[in-house]
Design a protein around this ligand. Structure first.
Ligand SMILES: *Cc1c(COP(=O)(O)O)cnc(C)c1O
Length: 365
């Protein structure tokens, strides 16, 4: 058996991609909102049911641009149980992250702990739909409305996730998606932001193109965060097969569930009723069983099965933030507890049932 990595990028057939990029050789139009960019944007608007969507180079720049677009300066309430990008985007935009603890079941921000963190300097709430688990969007929305704060969701994990027919694109004032190679839907590198009105959409479109609005008008100090035509073409191809890929991921998740549910000291992810899930990740929490998470990780690695300690360490424990006021994993004890015990197991559409069985047997032994 060769090495099994935690994920494997979805790709169309080589011929399908070649056919998609053929016209780029005819037109010589390689980037700057060409035909592939426009086509993918329209397809994603329709797939996600979100009228105001624009593409970016990657999810991280999408997040930085949306923080800039909302003109935020101050404290942003967020979670430390996330990828580096979420916290770094806040800091790189000159804002201060204020870390809220998480709910131990969904791994998302605990809405019961948000209000105690709101001060006169709070300017926004930036939660993450961790592993595709939707945040308690109703509770967060109520708190945000009460205090007049915008909500920006890091929906990097939540592409194609819906609750009662409403996609993750439509919660909050903005939602950011990542189309990185390792995500459920990929454009090699890429991302998108969904917002609620044409004015905010226009601002994002200007910001990602150097702040240029027209040939003789540059109202913003923007950077460059445009998606190129080759990445958009990859997205067009991958989107055609996405629903089938998610179905295959669901079968993998169900095979894991059958083997691992009900095992004492081991907790698996539960999908709530009414949710269309994307099976992006397969997290398992080792809490009170004979072996620790780190021991299971090592046992799997001995068999060339590479799981991932995701998310460990917490972002508020990163060494780049040592000594910074407010960056203290002890202040988010539930997140710290989970970060020490969670492992995401290999999960991708073509993961074979035999490998899933080997992984489960190794864990159960
Ligand atoms: C992947 C990811 C990002 C960043 O997206 P990129 O497209 O890799 O820049 C941000 N937040 C979370 C939670 C992610 O998993």
């Amino acid at each position: 058996m060769s090495v099994i990595n935690v994920t494997r990028s979805s790709m169309p057939d080589f011929e399908e991609y070649c056919a998609e990029i053929r016209e780029l050789w005819d037109s010589h139009w390689l980037t700057n909102m060409g035909v592939k960019h426009r086509t993918l944007e329209a397809q994603l608007q329709s797939y996600l049911g979100c009228e105001y969507l624009t593409l970016f180079t990657n999810g991280h720049l999408a997040l930085e641009n949306v923080i800039e677009a909302f003109d935020l300066h101050g404290e942003i309430i967020t979670t430390p149980f996330t990828f580096a990008s979420t916290t770094h985007a806040i800091v790189r935009c000159g804002c201060t992250p204020v870390f809220c603890d998480i709910d131990p079941e969904s791994f998302t921000m605990d809405p019961g702990k948000i209000e105690a963190l709101i001060t006169e300097n709070t300017v926004a709430i930036l939660p993450v739909h961790v592993y595709g688990n939707l945040c308690d969007v109703d509770a967060i929305d109520a708190i945000a409305k009460k205090h007049g704060l915008p909500v920006i969701y890091d929906a990097a994990h939540a592409f194609a996730v819906e609750r009662n027919g409403v996609s993750a694109a439509n919660f909050g004032d903005a939602a950011m998606f990542s189309f990185h190679a390792t995500k459920v839907f990929n454009t090699i590198e890429g991302g998108a932001v969904c917002v609620r009105n044409a004015q905010m959409l226009q601002r994002l479109c200007d910001l990602k193109n150097f702040g240029i609005h027209g040939p003789e008008s540059t109202p913003f100090v923007g950077g460059n965060a445009k998606m190129n035509e080759f990445c958009a073409a990859m997205g067009i191809c991958n989107l055609r097969h996405l629903d089938g890929e998610i179905e295959k991921r669901r079968a993998v998740a169900e095979r894991y569930d059958a083997a691992l549910s009900g095992v004492p000291g081991l907790r698996i992810n539960r999908v709530p009723a009414g949710v269309r899930f994307n099976y992006a990740y397969y997290p398992v929490v080792f809490d009170g069983c004979k072996y620790s998470r780190d021991e299971v990780f090592d046992l799997l690695a001995e068999k060339d099965i590479i799981a991932r300690k995701y998310f460990y360490p917490l972002t508020n424990a990163f060494e780049c933030y040592h000594g910074r006021h407010g960056f203290d994993p002890a202040a988010t004890p539930v997140a710290a507890h989970i970060a020490d015990r969670v492992l995401t197991l290999p999960m991708y559409a073509d993961l074979s049932p035999e490998v899933v069985d080997t992984i489960c047997e190794t864990i159960l032994r």
